[in-house]
Design a binder for this molecule. Structure first.
Ligand SMILES: Cc1cc2nc3c(=O)[nH]c(=O)nc-3n(C[C@H](O)[C@H](O)[C@H](O)COP(=O)(O)OP(=O)(O)OC[C@H]3O[C@@H](n4cnc5c(N)ncnc54)[C@H](O)[C@@H]3O)c2cc1C
Length: 473
């Protein structure tokens, strides 16, 4: 197990680096968004280049110091915060936030790891291109963190997740070597996929310092609509129907439940209720991005007519302006904040084979009813089979009384998802919260291969110890 950055080691490292590269970590680097876990730090390193970072990592390797890479700090599984470590060295890439190049004809942008996701989207928009990865934390999340967690979000259905959108990376490996892997090639079959390994490794195999990312053309026409659907089955059937009508033009297909709107009412954020009472139990928020041909309005009208005739859709709102579209998206994006204010007993980021989603919702709901009294807010990226299935105490009751049940609730939800061919972590990663689930549900051969890769690349285990890999029995 790697050790702490003691004051003596900190002074020795400081002497090797340019002035103002190390400093004390302010509290924000030691917290995470849900406010549940807190870390400590021997120091915070703020390198200005991959070479400077390589020097830092070489020192950490020589002296067996634990290193925690820190991006925007928006990760939801405590990968960036290590409560169990005494005084690790935190590394933030916030000084490395240059867009190094934008090749509009190739649809490629090369950005340093400390660039925020929103900055990359803006640079792409300035060049009349789109970087299609979109998550609610994009103003703060950084490219390094987004790749290291293999983030998903609302555009995966059409454009894929962070791994799918990355062509090459530059990284500092645990040995302290810089890997210059910033290729812009779409085809490069030259051995093991080290890029693919670093993406989603949550800082356990090295630190990403820059990435070459795919851009796509900006759709000429965009449309947003919210529909009331009869049930989760109807929502899935509606996805199939919309695919027949809109083809590849569907950019987002999100599920919202009546419980989500009830939480918005309860916590009071400013929003406009979309449908009259009685509220539908389930809604789908759909975005279209089309090149040319029929307009989104025409497609949505055709979809609504056919969906109503099939008994799938009950009501609908087609946004008539950018402001109305933003209002509809606000509904979806305000739900995580409302969840936070209500306070979940246990939150789950699960994925399922698409066809299994409705049965999962029925089975998990019945199992929770049999277990205790809970409220469930089930929402998320339905088009990807990715549900955020969050469990809360009954209205007016304190969460504290229910927290002793949190472990059982989580096990129950994850067990049902895995038994149906799903995953217990769809897009947030494992961090330190889900290593136990990997030990429990992970394929033993895969886990052994993961351990072998970790010890080959990081024999001293200095990179983000405690994250991703479960401790051995
Ligand atoms: C409001 C909100 C909405 C969100 N919505 C989504 C969503 O829709 N989809 C989704 O997938 N996620 C979502 N997230 C989770 C989070 O935003 C993503 O996981 C994001 O990719 C984390 O990026 P970050 O820069 O904040 O990384 P951090 O939180 O700082 O770090 C995350 C992990 O990556 C490692 N890391 C960070 N930078 C590097 C680097 N340069 N090299 C190597 N390792 C590194 C850290 O050690 C840690 O293990 C949401 C979070 C919030 C708060």
């Amino acid at each position: 197990m790697p050790g702490a950055l003691t004051p003596e080691l900190r002074a020795a490292l400081e002497a090797r680096l340019p002035a103002d590269t190390l400093r004390d970590a302010e509290p924000r680097y030691l917290e995470e968004p849900r406010g549940k876990w807190h870390g400590r730090a021997g120091a915070l390193a703020l390198p200005r280049s991959a070479d400077e970072l390589a020097q830092i990592i070489r020192f950490a390797t020589e002296n067996g110091i634990a290193v925690i890479p820190y991006g925007g700090g928006t990760g939801l599984v405590s990968g960036q915060v290590a409560p169990g470590l005494e005084a690790p060295l935190l590394v933030s890439l916030e000084r490395m936030r240059r867009i190094r190049a934008l090749h509009a004809d190739e649809n490629v942008i090369v950005a340093e790891a400390g660039t925020s996701l929103a900055q990359v989207q803006e640079a792409a928009a300035d060049a009349q291109r789109l970087f299609p990865l979109s998550i609610a934390s994009q103003g703060t999340a950084q490219i390094g963190g987004v790749l290291s967690t293999n983030a998903g979000g609302v555009g995966v259905l059409r454009y894929g997740n962070a791994r799918d959108l990355c062509l090459g990376v530059e990284a500092v490996l645990p040995s302290g070597e810089v890997w210059h892997g910033l290729t812009r090639l779409r085809k490069d079959n030259t051995g093991y996929d080290l890029r693919g390994l670093l993406i989603g490794a949550e800082g356990t195999l090295g630190i990403i310092t820059a990435a070459a990312l795919k851009l796509v053309p900006r759709p000429a026409q965009k449309g947003t609509a919210l529909f009331a659907v009869a049930s989760p089955e109807a929502a899935l059937a509606a996805l199939t129907l919309l695919r027949e009508i809109a083809g590849e033009g569907i950019s987002a297909f999100e599920l919202i439940s009546a419980q989500g709107l009830a939480f918005l009412d309860e916590t009071g954020p400013d929003y406009r209720a979309p449908f009259a009472e009685p509220r539908p139990d389930w809604m789908i928020l759909v975005e279209l991005g089309l090149a040319s041909g029929p307009s989104p309005q025409e497609i949505f009208e055709k979809f609504f007519e056919a969906g109503r005739a099939d008994g799938l859709l009950a009501d609908g709102i087609i946004a008539q302006s950018a402001a109305q579209a933003a209002d509809l998206w606000h509904l979806r994006e305000a739900i995580p904040e409302a969840n936070k204010r209500i306070g979940s007993i246990s939150s789950h980021d699960i994925s399922l084979p698409l066809g299994a989603v409705p049965e999962f919702i029925t089975r998990a709901g019945a199992a929770l009813d049999a277990h205790g009294r809970y409220r469930v807010n089930c929402f998320g990226h339905l088009g990807d089979g990715n549900l955020h299935y969050n469990v809360f105490p009954p209205e007016g009751e304190s969460r504290d009384a229910f927290m002793p049940m949190a472990g059982e609730v989580q096990a129950l939800v994850h067990e049902i998802a895995v038994s149906m061919g799903g995953s217990f972590s769809a897009e947030h990663g494992l961090g330190r919260l889900k290593t136990g689930d990997l030990a429990r549900f992970g394929d033993p051969a895969r886990l052994a291969a993961m351990r072998a890769i970790k010890s080959a690349l990081d024999p001293q285990g200095i990179m983000n110890p405690g994250a991703v890999l479960p401790e051995k029995d």
